[in-house]
Design a protein around this ligand. Structure first.
Ligand SMILES: NC(=O)c1ccc[n+]([C@@H]2O[C@H](COP(=O)([O-])OP(=O)(O)OC[C@H]3O[C@@H](n4cnc5c(N)ncnc54)[C@H](O)[C@@H]3O)[C@@H](O)[C@H]2O)c1
Length: 368
């Protein structure tokens, strides 16, 4: 199959982590890198094996012979950079979240609908092995009707805020759920085709100051409740400030015939109870169901996948992107799924200002 030339935006940061997956895809060739970091740009070009380098993203779109971009720049650049690529018919794999405002979401949806190119949001936590097994079990009906779930992203990043300074503005400088797609993404796939119709959000107050002596605008823990169209409920907790061990992949799911609770700390087990599999009311380890429910692709490509980041997620999302571009498979996190994962967090930022009022979450499918 013909090689697809890729441009990597943010190649000195997150963008650099896509090298192994692109190589392993056998079709994506990193042709150009782009980063505003002049000092490190050449190093990243060599590391990623690219032919060209650019300090300016729009110049890369204009001049480089690329058919796809991977956007790994800070959050506020995701939507504008994706829109510019889509307008040129260039496929987009964008880091999360898709956008930082509802206005940007509308523009992005419009651009994706107008473009012939594929838009995919790189929600890699949906590809983590245990999350994939749960998705498969739900799909085969063993959970019955899923109606309640929890997701938590607890990642103390006060020091990282000072290195990657954009985080101080876009992640901890706004109150509400600013980085919720890792928690919400897998859950929405478990609850598919349901969607969030309204959210409310509250915080736990401000207990930490940045090195300049200012309280973070983001409350230490923010909790968003999501009401589903079906009547179900999701609870999302995001905390990037509290001093404590990280716990970025906590999940729970409750259905009429089963429930799942991910391990919350090293040494704990990912446990599941299924009416059809477990005697009485006793848990089993989800690993015991791996043989039966882990998709074949995950089994055969696990070794290479585990060489990339985030428990193999960084690999499988790139493979799905390739499959979408080449028309082999529908894009699993296309523009509407990206909006389903992104919009609740953005609306939660309005809710927390309004004392936790329940606010409606727009459905991008209705945007003309
Ligand atoms: N999916 C995941 O698991 C995951 C993990 C880490 C980061 N991220 C996301 O990736 C993005 C980058 O995060 P990071 O930790 O790598 O940040 P970072 O600051 O380390 O890297 C971002 C890079 O983008 C460059 N950059 C900034 N503005 C640019 C522009 N306009 N054009 C081109 N390059 C530009 C910076 O110089 C930097 O090298 C964020 O959106 C973050 O949320 C996702």
């Amino acid at each position: 199959m013909k090689t697809i030339n890729v441009g990597i935006a943010g190649s000195c940061g997150r963008g650099s982590s896509f090298r192994i997956a692109c190589e392993a895809s056998g079709i994506l060739k990193i042709h150009a890198v782009c980063d505003i970091n002049e000092e490190k740009l050449e190093e990243s070009r060599v590391m990623l094996g690219a032919k060209e380098k650019y300090l300016d993203y729009y110049e890369m779109l204009e001049k480089s012979d690329i058919q796809a971009v991977i956007i790994g720049t800070p959050m506020n650049f995701h939507a504008p950079q994706a829109i510019a690529a889509l307008k040129k018919g260039i496929h987009v794999l964008s880091e999360v979240p898709a956008a930082v405002s509802i206005g940007e979401c509308k523009e992005l949806v419009h651009a994706a609908r107008q473009s012939k190119a594929v838009y995919m949001m790189a929600e890699n936590y949906t590809y983590i092995k245990t999350n994939v097994i749960v998705r498969e079990i739900v799909k085969r009906g063993l959970f019955g009707i899923p109606y309640y779930a929890e997701g938590e992203y607890i990642h103390q990043l006060k020091q990282l805020n000072e290195i990657t300074k954009w985080r101080r503005k876009w992640q901890t400088g706004i109150n509400g759920i600013t980085y919720g797609t890792h928690s919400l993404g897998p859950i929405l796939q478990w609850m598919d085709p349901d969607r969030v119709i309204s959210v409310c959000c509250a915080g736990s107050g401000h207990h930490y100051k940045d090195p300049r002596g200012n309280f973070y605008e983001n409350e230490d823990t923010c909790v968003m409740l999501c009401k589903m169209k079906s009547g179900g409920l999701i609870k999302i907790r995001v905390d990037m400030l509290s001093d404590r061990p990280h716990a970025m992949t906590n999940y729970q799911l409750q259905g009429t015939d089963g429930c799942y609770e991910s391990a919350r700390a090293p040494g704990e087990r990912n446990r599941i109870w299924l009416r059809s599999k477990c005697r009485d009311m006793t848990w089993m380890d989800i690993e015991q169901l791996e043989d039966e429910f882990l998709p074949q692709q995950w089994k055969t490509q696990a070794e290479i996948a585990m060489k990339t980041g985030h428990g193999g997620g960084d690999y499988f999302e790139v493979i799905d992107f390739v499959n979408a571009i080449t028309g082999k498979k529908e894009c699993p996190i296309g523009i509407d799924q990206a909006m389903d994962m992104t919009l609740p967090g953005l609306v939660s930022q309005q809710s927390i200002i309004q004392n936790g009022a329940w606010l409606e979450v727009p459905d991008s499918r209705q945007w003309k």
